[in-house]
Ligand binder design. Sequence first.
Ligand code: K1U
Ligand code: ZN
Length: 172
Amino acid sequence: MTIKPLVILPDSKLRLVSEPVKEITDEIRKLADDMLDTMYDAPGVGLAAIQVGVPLRMVTMDVSKTEGERHPMVLLNPEIVWASEEKRVYEEGCLSIPEYYEEVERPDRVRFRYMNLQGETVEQEAEDLMATCVQHEIDHLNGVLFIDHLSKLKRDRVITKFKKAAKREAGA
Ligand code: K1U
Ligand code: ZN
């Protein structure tokens, strides 16, 4: 079991556009295992590779609702192929912006496509938490954070708070 350190705001790595996964190697399988360990440990319902410092288009998710049950998903090169006109508001958090939660409006339902670790292309429809989570994670692959969906005032406030915390930690 490997828990990787999380990349935290204002680290500029969070703004990188991640590169596609070209081949499923042992290294990719190990990264998937480490990301799942890190996500469950946090705990979180999703994680993008860049949040552990790796700029690859790779996401782990587990949005299962049943206590004690695990339904781990590994998405390689995920993309949204359809989004509903209807929107919904969900209170989001981010493991890279600890202890900050805000309501974000996004499409209510999406259809997404990805490659699994077996190299198969999968297409799946999502609603509720899964729809929110997959959109949040694909944003990470494009260097977008959930705070970018908020007003400039709220976004600047949270960035300033995390910059000050990082400065304090560097000086400590
Ligand atoms: O990408 C991330 O930072 C993970 C993030 C994903 C997410 C959460 C909520 C809405 C959209 C996207 C998290 O997992 S934050 C932690 C969290 O929400 C949670 C943790 C444990 C149980 C249930 C939720
Ligand atoms: Zn996040």
